[in-house]
Write a protein that binds this ligand. Structure first.
Ligand code: FAD
Length: 595
């Protein structure tokens, strides 16, 4: 779907979503991994044990396309209660919070292939039913998905329509008795080779994009050959073909012609969840890299003793800390919105939509952090990183698709500022007013910074500056391009990069401040991580803003904008070499990710 259209189809009037750009938050107000309850930790341990004992030893069988095993493992997930976390109790689920869903996907992610099967079942197939199903549809299908009696899939993409999903050609034609006939072909469908139940998007009567519930056993449904993929060999990906498939009248999911609501709200949550999986993958890879770096010896010492390797381990840790902080914060925001709602399907969809910007940020930031971490993991493994005897090679290949599915990162980058601008124009967000206020502020001298600043006080000021830069870039772009802003994808993407740094750095900062205030034993490591994140974020934010301004303006206007940028982003560099060494030495001492 055209990202501009996707941003515009959002109907949320702003309540709290994206308020972090305009208001300062208190450290105590955000959800962090340190706030997980004993119940969360128990479910996390159960999932970890399941993955370690039952999935990882069987990855080769999954990669050999043993779908009976994939089905059996999903069945085990059902027995452990992992498939019903987001499903109401009335339909066999546990109806637990999103923090629980997050700790599960983080750990399932140790096997990316199985995580894809899990996501297809627990999120992409179950969620549309939870959000948009009628009582009868929910009662018929959700208990079977929660128990893994049926395996689910989500069939949106086609050969000619991936990002532009609403241009699907698959069509459902209404028959005189009210039933439907489905014809068409879907592509790249995860779980396609063994799914029993599909959420299929088709043009009702040729032009009304609509979601349908389709059982694999119905006549005319068939699956094509498994795709030969770069990675995720243990996940089934096939075309699914529909040839004159008779669909009952009540197989419409949601409203006719409103399939985009089903598709987008499912993806809003799916992006948050995929972010959690990628973040879990990063943590797992840091464990592997640390183990290898402490065991592998060259020049008479463990390679972990070398500064170049410490740099990698420290940077992998700091970046993972940032995305972990933002994903947990988003889980807390979603849980608060859901807790304050009526908890029915419409209320859940509204909560997911309210935090769609944060979910897109999670998807982009976590998938790109994961690719960075896995690339460095291969590098730390040297030649062993390039051969199949070690997991590093498979992790690297498996992860690449995270930047492609659930909306490519390009599309998500366009959505992040796109949704913000739309909300601003609708008057829900004080975007225009904030940009104007900023222009006045830039003309007044900035106060002198005291020498005796508190811990992380400089970082707090820098994060506030990031917000100002984000508003300045967006405000200037809106003023310059007006309604044509959607055509300026490069500028929007720079704005997205800045917004991602704002949300990541602030989430990490608030978490570290909370750890310091609570006297957390690892508070010094939290502080080290956030100082790296903010220091390096400042360089990225400055670069993105300079490029955006240079695209928007020239001559005196550009010079004024760049002068304003220098005033906003006066950041003294910190010694990140020492900070990364501190993190690297801690991960090596403890044998893995520390925070
Ligand atoms: C392993 C795997 C599993 C998958 N599982 C599923 C599944 O279960 N269900 C399902 O429905 N789909 C699934 N997909 C499909 C996936 O969602 C799509 O591949 C994805 O949405 C991208 O669509 P596309 O491949 O057609 O790329 P395209 O849309 O053709 O994009 C190609 C490039 O152009 C860019 N681009 C496209 N449009 C724009 C634009 N407007 N502005 C700027 N840049 C643009 C993209 O970012 C990308 O870089 C899966 C794909 C893979 C590889």
């Amino acid at each position: 779907m055209d990202p501009a259209k996707e941003a515009m189809t959002s109907t949320t009037d702003i309540r709290k979503g994206a308020s972090w750009l305009f208001e300062d938050s208190e450290p105590a107000a955000i959800f962090t991994p340190e706030k997980l309850t004993d119940e969360h930790r128990l479910i996390a341990r159960t999932t970890e044990e399941f993955v370690t004992k039952e999935v990882l030893p069987n990855v080769d069988r999954l990669e050999a396309k043993d779908w009976a095993l994939a089905r059996e493992l999903l069945h085990r997930c059902a027995e452990l209660g992992l498939l019903g976390v987001s499903v109401p109790e009335a339909y066999g689920g546990l109806d637990l919070d999103k923090a629980t869903a997050l700790v599960i996907v983080e750990r399932i992610a140790r096997s990316a292939s199985f995580a894809t099967a899990f996501g297809g079942q627990a999120n992409l197939c179950s969620l549309p039913l939870v959000l948009f199903g009628t009582e009868e549809q929910k009662a018929t299908y959700l208990p079977k998905l929660v128990s893994a009696e049926m395996i689910g899939a989500y069939a949106l993409s086609e050969t000619g329509s991936g990002s532009d999903a609403l241009a699907a050609k698959t069509r459902a034609d209404r028959q005189s008795d009210g039933s439907w006939r489905l014809n068409g072909e879907k592509m790249w469908i995860s779980n396609g080779g063994f799914a029993d139940l599909l959420i299929v998007f088709a043009q009702a009567d040729g032009d009304k994009f609509t979601a349908f519930i389709v059982e694999r056993a119905w006549p005319g449904v068939s699956t094509g050959k498994e795709e030969h993929k770069m990675g995720l060999h243990g996940s089934s990906t096939t075309p699914v073909v529909f040839q004159d498939v008779p669909l009952p009248a009540d197989s419409v999911l949601g409203e006719i012609g409103r399939g985009h609501k089903v598709a987008l709200n499912t993806l809003n949550y799916g992006r948050f969840s995929l972010g959690g999986m990628c973040m879990g993958g990063s943590r797992g890879a840091i464990d592997d890299a640390t183990k290898y770096a402490t065991e592998r010896r060259q020049f008479g010492q463990p390679i972990a003793a070398f500064g170049a390797i410490k740099h990698k381990l420290g940077e992998m840790t700091a970046r993972t800390y940032a995305v972990e902080s933002l994903v947990y914060r988003t889980a807390g925001l979603l849980d608060a919105a859901i807790a304050a709602s009526t908890r029915d399907g419409a209320a859940l969809a509204a909560a997911f939509e309210e935090y769609a910007i944060e979910s897109s940020i999670a998807k982009v930031a976590c998938s790109e952090t994961l690719d960075y971490v896995l690339d460095e993991n291969v590098q730390i493994h040297g030649g062993n990183g390039f051969v199949k005897d070690y997991d590093a090679e498979r992790y690297y290949r498996d992860a690449r698709v995270n930047r492609i599915f659930e909306g490519t990162n390009e599309i998500n980058r366009l959505l992040i500022p796109g949704m913000l601008v739309r909300r601003g124009l609708k008057g829900g967000l004080p975007l225009v007013a904030a940009a104007k206020r900023l222009q006045d502020e830039i003309l007044t001298p900035s106060p002198l910074v005291p020498d005796d600043e508190g811990v992380l006080e400089a970082e707090r000021r820098t994060v506030t500056s990031f917000k100002k830069v984000a508003l300045a870039v967006l405000g200037t772009a809106m003023q310059t391009y007006g309604e044509k802003l959607n055509d300026e994808q490069e500028v929007l993407s720079y704005a997205a990069d800045i917004l991602i740094d704002v949300y990541a750095a602030e989430s990490a900062l608030l978490r570290a401040q909370a750890a310091i205030a609570a006297g957390h034993p690892d508070a010094a490591l939290h502080a080290a991580a956030v100082r790296i994140v903010v220091n390096d974020g400042a360089q990225r934010v400055e670069s993105a803003a300079r490029n955006a301004f240079a695209a928007i303006a020239d001559g005196d206007t550009l010079r004024t904008l760049l002068a304003a940028l220098r005033r906003m982003l006066k950041v003294t560099p910190v010694n990140t070499v020492a900070l990364r060494r501190q993190l690297a030495e801690a991960v090596c001492a403890r044998g893995g990710y520390i925070l």
